[in-house]
Design a binder for this molecule. Structure first.
Ligand code: FES
Ligand code: FES
Length: 180
């Protein structure tokens, strides 16, 4: 196959990440994940598969969880993007970050930022009454966050170390704490 060298014009965009706007000059084919990691040096967001299979790249976009490897950075001017770095700080962890530490919800840690961002988005979905495939009563606005619900709702986030029992426990702790 003959490769054709195409001159692609760069785009200047403003991305708002963790409340901070940044101007970037990007090849329009740059994924949001690569913009975060390679251009903004926010390396908490991880690249696992780079094609929507593992969830390691999960970030929050206007409060909803997305795979940042599956979307282009140039599509997100004006959006509020939050990465794991924007959820909390070492001095003031987000409750889910603290719960993952408390429950030992990781081994190598490679999937962890994606798991935590995904869990933040997932708890918001439950609060909004969104059912999942295992919700018995899809009309109910009061969804009980059982271990089965958590596993189903977090099934887009793969952990190759199989820290799943502790991940589920950490998320349950936060969900139950929020209910109290
Ligand atoms: S790196 Fe995006 S889903 Fe795997
Ligand atoms: S902690 Fe290693 S992949 Fe999840």
């Amino acid at each position: 196959m003959q490769l054709v060298d195409v001159d692609i014009a760069k785009h200047t965009i403003e991305l708002k990440v963790n409340g901070r706007p940044s101007n970037l000059v990007l090849d329009p084919r740059t994924s949001l994940l690569d913009a975060l990691r390679e251009h903004l040096h926010l390396t908490g967001t991880k690249k696992g598969c780079d094609h929507g299979q593992c969830g390691a790249c999960t970030v929050l976009l206007n409060g909803r969880r997305i795979n940042s490897c599956l979307t282009l950075a140039v599509m997100h001017e004006g959006d509020e993007i939050v990465t794991v770095e924007g959820l909390g700080s070492p001095q003031a962890l987000h409750p889910l970050q603290a719960a993952f530490v408390e429950r030992d919800g990781f081994q190598c840690g490679y999937c962890t930022s994606g798991q935590i961002c995904s869990a933040v988005g997932m708890l918001a979905e439950v609060k909004a009454g969104w059912p999942s495939h295992v919700t018995a009563d899809v009309a109910s606005q009061q969804i009980e966050l059982t271990a089965e619900e958590i596993r189903e709702r977090m099934s887009g986030n793969i952990c190759r170390c199989a820290a799943y029992p502790n991940i589920v426990a950490a998320i349950r702790d936060v969900a139950e704490g929020a209910r109290r």
